[in-house]
Design a binder for this molecule. Structure first.
Ligand code: SF4
Ligand code: SF4
Length: 435
């Protein structure tokens, strides 16, 4: 992607130091009090006061953060909040959904599989009566052998739970194999559902290995109006280019940037997800200040890419929404942001599986999908949502089941980022298997 054509870095630009870390040049200095609150206090295990948080969250003085930018979603004509509502971990909490709506969020993303349908039920109940004001998206996995009738049945189930007669966008969920996109039943189902007014637009969501292959095929075959894709600073070549003095750059998805630019040219809307690269938010709290939080920095990075229209993030608490919307309308990366993101990479690079990466594809002679196994482990370990991890792991057919009896560990060393793949996949199966 051409970051030079977008608002890549604000005038508060940073320059790499000899250690590869950004020097904060123009940002306001963090005073001793703030440092004590944001760093030393946390290091000592003390509870932080709320004033730093209130400043970062825009709450000080009684004001609330809210959506400050709506972005066009490709050629659809829809305009959605730049930071929108993801509900993959929402099993209840209509008040949270309504809080988001009241803050200006108008795009709500869910799926039939999220929390066994409870996510759709919660969103539907919360938004009953304001349907015309919001844009709804849901998803179903179209497998290589799914039929039109099965897909229509799934859509109708989603509409029932969402208490509506239509969704604006219906995604083929979590595509990880081009064969799934070749199923002609999907196209015929979509055509029928559009004729019946049950959906307006269609697309794919993807965060597994082979993501670039799936995007290219979907664009070539004109299968998509919108794409919901894993994208974060940790996948972005331009992020690593800043750090070459201290990190060996490895392109996670070397073709992704060009594919995003192509999608933009062709009027396909793009929404980013998995923007927090594992979302180990609590690890970063000691380093945050009133200049921003790690999440806000990560969002500004994503929104600075002019080929990305908007992002979604899982929202389950009102305080999260306050924090997240602190970055709305801010498509410029600040020097403070870069320092936080670098710190995150430095702490988690060797333990975080990159979404959409295919570098270890084929390393396992038993055909284990390492990326899928580690993504589901991430839900359980990093998100703290064991139920979600177990459900996703089961839906993939327990991809690491072969690992428990494996003695050769052919996958060891297959990850260019240094992840201990063999122990992580075994751990995934141990945590997530129903056996
Ligand atoms: S384990 Fe390493 S190589 Fe495999 S998908 Fe994750 S980051 Fe990529
Ligand atoms: S531990 Fe064995 S079965 Fe599991 S991914 Fe590695 S090589 Fe494959």
């Amino acid at each position: 992607m051409d970051k030079t054509s977008s608002s890549f870095v604000s005038s508060e630009a940073c320059t790499p130091s000899s250690a590869g870390n950004a020097e904060v040049q123009d940002s306001p200095r963090v005073d001793r009090r703030t440092l004590l609150k944001s760093g030393a206090a946390a290091t000592l295990g003390l509870s932080l006061g709320t004033s730093t948080w209130q400043r970062a969250h825009g709450k000080e003085g009684g004001s609330e953060t809210e959506v400050r930018s709506y972005r066009k979603l490709g050629r659809t004509g829809l305009e959605i909040s730049d930071i929108s509502f993801g509900s993959s971990r929402l099993a209840s909490g209509e008040d949270v959904v309504r809080f988001a709506l009241d803050r200006g969020i108008n795009y709500f993303d869910t799926a039939e599989s999220y929390k066994g349908g409870r996510s759709e039920e919660t969103v539907g109940k919360a938004l009953a009566g304001v349907r015309e004001k919001v844009i709804l998206a849901s998803k179903v996995k179209c497998e290589a052998d799914s039929t039109r009738a099965q897909l229509m049945q799934a859509l109708e189930g989603s509409l029932r739970r969402l208490r509506t007669d239509r969704v604006e966008i219906y995604f083929n969920h979590a595509v990880n194999d081009v064969e799934r996109l070749k199923n002609p039943e999907w196209g015929e189902f979509i055509e029928r559902a559009k004729e019946q007014g049950k959906i307006r637009f269609t697309g794919i969501s993807g965060h597994g290995g082979l993501l670039s292959d799936c995007i290219r095929y979907a664009l070539d075959q004109k299968l998509v109006d919108v794409m919901l894709l894993a994208y974060n600073f940790g996948q972005d070549p331009s992020f690593y280019e800043r750090l070459t003095r201290s990190f060996d750059f490895i392109a996670v998805q070397p073709e992704l940037a060009a594919l995003l630019a192509r999608a933009k040219r062709e009027g396909v809307g793009t929404i980013a997800m998995k923007t927090l690269m594992g979302a180990k938010l609590n690890d970063m709290r000691p380093f945050e200040s009133d200049q921003g939080t790690f999440a806000q920095a990560a969002f500004r990075w994503v929104l600075s890419n002019s080929n990305i229209d908007a992002l979604i993030v899982s929202m389950t608490e009102t305080d999260q929404i306050r924090e997240y919307l602190g970055a709305s309308g801010q498509p410029k990366v600040r020097s403070f942001d870069v320092a936080l993101l670098e710190r995150y990479i430095g702490r988690h690079s060797a333990s975080t599986c990159r979404q959409g990466c295919s570098a270890c594809y084929g390393a396992c002679p038993a055909g284990v999908s390492i990326a899928d196994a580690l993504r589901t482990r991430m839900y359980a370990v990093d998100y703290g949502d064991l139920e979600m991890g177990q459900r996703e792991y089961a839906s993939l057919g327990e991809p690491a089941s072969a690992c428990t009896g494996c003695s050769h560990s052919a996958c060891t060393g297959s990850c260019p980022f240094g992840l201990r793949v063999d122990s992580l996949v075994r751990d995934a199966h141990r945590r997530l298997s129903s056996a």
